[in-house]
Design a binder for this molecule. Structure first.
Ligand SMILES: [Zn+2]
Length: 301
């Protein structure tokens, strides 16, 4: 690597920083060597965080003359990598101000923050650090290459990419929903209740079932033959099971795939096709048929 911290001077946004890093390091391998990159960008050391109740930290000062990243011991590798990316974000984003004692301390909630209320400056810094971490660990151009190679979305593909990029399945699902050209939503389920929902609001425009409500009856989630860790078949479902269909409009096709996980978790992928798109398609071939054909091709490759 030959990028220097000064190459990034005066860049304030996560997007700007990551595109500059990618410009200077066009051959960044996968998984992105985040520790090496942090050290290259003048982080002195990645050390163990001793403060209870936090997952990550950064020791620095207001002018960033130095930076030491702290990570809680015992995090699994994807979470450790995400935390390092997050702290590197605090270090590089110029207007992030550490607490008065010269450090950032980031909790598990901070590392999940995706939106901040207007005026909440600290929350906004956490959201930006998370965006930086996601973008650097899952660079959009590399995701787009992966989608080109395998255009039909599936949980199998999400899990494969999570391995390849060395990020958690949930982090990959979030980026997948954002950057995949198809209209997708991912729903994290815990104990049969809807939890976090990830979708690209432009491409998946409808309201998805609300948080803390039970997974709707009729979802593949309730099939009795599901096995932990093995994604279900994909199945067409009545769209209004999950989304609000505007009155007077034809319900779109909605496709569902479910994977049960350990400890009461599950991940559900929803794939939405607008009625207009379907009309253009070959009438004899359903989305499901096309998906199967693509999966077949994928497995053969
Ligand atoms: Zn933070």
């Amino acid at each position: 690597m030959d990028i220097l911290r000064m190459d990034l001077a005066d860049t304030g946004s996560p997007e700007g920083l990551v595109s500059l890093i990618l410009k200077h390091e066009p051959n960044l391998p996968l998984p992105v060597p985040i520790e090496e990159l942090a050290l290259q960008l003048e982080i002195e050391e990645i050390a163990e965080l001793q403060t209870e109740g936090f997952e990550g930290g950064l020791i620095t000062d207001t002018v960033r003359s130095r930076g030491i990243i702290l990570v809680r011991k015992g995090l699994n590798q994807p979470r450790r990598r995400f935390t390092i990316g997050h702290e590197l974000g605090h270090f590089l984003i110029a207007n992030h101000i550490p607490d008065k004692d010269g450090q950032f301390l980031c909790s598990r909630e901070d590392l999940r923050a995706l939106s901040a209320k207007e005026g909440n400056r600290r929350a906004k810094m956490e959201v930006e650090a998370n965006r930086f971490s996601s973008l650097i660990l899952m660079p959009p151009p590399k995701l787009r290459d992966a989608f080109k190679k395998h255009p039909s979305p599936s949980l199998e593909h999400v899990f494969e990419l999570a391995d390849q990029f060395d990020v958690s399945k949930e982090a990959m699902a979030r980026a997948y929903a954002e950057y995949h050209p198809e209209a997708l939503a991912f729903i994290v389920v815990k104990d049969e209740k809807v939890g976090r929902v990830y979708h690209n609001r432009k491409r998946f425009p409808f309201v998805v079932a609300s948080r803390n409500k039970s997974v709707p009856q009729g979802s593949t989630f309730y099939r009795r033959d599901l096995q932990i860790g093995i994604p279900s078949e994909i199945e067409s479902r009545l769209a209004d099971l999950w989304i609000d269909v505007p009155r007077g409009q034809r319900a779109p096709t909605l496709i569902e795939q479910v994977c049960l996980q350990r400890n009461g978790f599950a991940l559900i992928m929803l794939w939405h096709e607008s009625p207009e798109e379907e009309d253009e398609e070959n009438e004899d071939m359903t989305t499901r048929d096309r998906w199967r054909a693509q999966q077949e091709r994928y497995r053969r490759d």
